[in-house]
Design a protein around this ligand. Structure first.
Ligand code: V47
Length: 377
């Protein structure tokens, strides 16, 4: 039972305490300023602790963006480059393998791989990014490609999404990251990324991945041109697929960073808005086991506080992150394991190293092995 009680929150509080599902109207109401943030946080924390107790998970991971050249021009993206841009790059096998070696030397269990849709790169090159890494470093989990890329590969090869996913699994794909979701509602999607995979295609990809036994993550890009209604609609669409498949592991709310983007006139969401969005996401997505406070995007301080506003995961040590740093993120490029464990402990939580699929990791220096799967209440 919670201590505080604002009349505006009372009906929602009763539902959450009883474990009942929140509606679209409930979610939109939670974005109203009259709903006190501390009370909202307290409710989200109730759900967080029901599911994950006092644990806060992290992993040792690295990012690989094998090219930034992209045929699409999403207005929110500062990472992409044109074919002839000075900042454009396209990695070869040697560079990709060097990243793999660096990751393994640092004890990474996961490589997060996404990138641009290069005008000249054929499907076989994208497949090869995975196969060269997987052959050389079979223990490194490859969390790769968003539905935007999978849709592009399907169009390039003229094959169904299922074929592309099966072929990528054969090459070493371990799971799908949550990117490319942005905001599903067409009123917004058509304005920020009209050409790329639409919401139907995004969901088809994740549904098919789950049917093939892959786990995946999901995200929402907030704080640009969308309204609270679009955010809650987005969360409910994710919740509906999760009811069907149960394949999502983690939801990551992504705060928009405006620098060097086509939306640079927009002010970045504030800390309280980040915490509100985390808490509302935790309450709406009652069937998703984990909520990630991605420290790179939130900043370390807000990520720590978010562990009391619904989040139970902080992502990883991270190295070579470009998408947020190109868009003005001022966070460090990497955190040591000691730093990440300390920031979790400072927030009053118990740090647990996990692998990508939420097994505990038992570690002896850079040697590691996976233990039991983490049980979620
Ligand atoms: O799809 C792009 C977003 C996403 C900007 O699955 C931006 O564990 C803010 O999906 N400001 C990629 N956001 C990152 C992503 C992710 C991150 C961490 C963990 C996981 C996971 C997934 O970043 C893109 C897009 O939605 N994005 N540009 C920007 N300027």
């Amino acid at each position: 039972m919670l201590r505080t009680s604002s009349p505006i929150l009372q009906p929602i509080r009763e539902k959450v305490e009883a474990g009942e599902r929140l509606s679209l109207d409930d979610g939109v109401l939670l974005y109203q300023r009259e709903v006190p943030l501390p009370e909202l946080g307290e409710l989200a924390n109730l759900v967080r602790e029901r599911k994950n107790g006092n644990f806060a998970y992290y992993n040792i991971n690295t990012h690989l963006n094998p090219t930034n050249v992209c045929v699409y021009r999403c207005t929110f993206c500062a990472f992409r480059a044109d074919l002839r841009d000075e900042k454009g790059y396209w990695m070869n096998d040697e560079q990709i393998l060097a990243r793999g070696q660096e990751a393994v030397d640092a004890g990474s269990t996961e490589m997060h791989i996404v990138g641009g849709l290069h005008h000249q790169a054929k499907y076989d090159w994208y497949r090869r990014v995975l196969s060269v890494l997987h052959e050389a470093y079979p223990e490194l989990h490859l969390k790769a490609w968003t539905p935007v890329e999978i849709d592009w590969f399907a169009r390039q090869t003229q094959k169904p999404i299922r074929w592309v996913l099966e072929d990528m699994i054969d090459a070493g794909l371990g799971s799908l990251p949550g990117g490319g979701a942005e905001i599903f509602h067409p009123e917004v999607r058509q304005q920020i990324c009209e050409h790329k995979a639409d919401s139907a295609r995004w969901f088809e990809t994740h549904r098919t991945a789950h049917e093939l036994g892959l786990r995946s993550n999901c995200t929402m890009l907030y704080g640009h041109i969308e309204q609270p209604y679009h955010r809650i609609d987005h969360l409910i669409r994710l919740r509906d697929l999760q009811d069907e498949t149960g394949g999502f592991q983690t939801f990551i709310p992504l705060a928009f960073h405006p620098d060097n983007t086509g939306l640079s006139h927009i002010t970045k969401p504030s800390g309280p808005m980040d915490l509100r969005t985390m808490a509302i996401s935790r309450l709406m997505l009652d069937n998703v086991p984990h909520m990630k406070a991605y420290w790179i995007m939130l900043g370390v301080g807000t990520a720590q506080v978010a562990l009391a506003y619904g989040a139970d995961d902080i992502d990883g040590t991270v190295r070579h992150e470009l998408i947020y740093h190109d868009a003005g993120a001022e966070t460090p490029e990497i955190l040591s394991v000691e730093a990440i464990r300390r920031l979790i402990e400072e927030a009053g939580r118990e740090p647990v190293e996990r692998d990508t699929l939420y097994h505990r990791v038992e570690r002896d220096g850079s040697q590691w092995q996976t233990g039991a799967e983490i049980a979620v209440g």
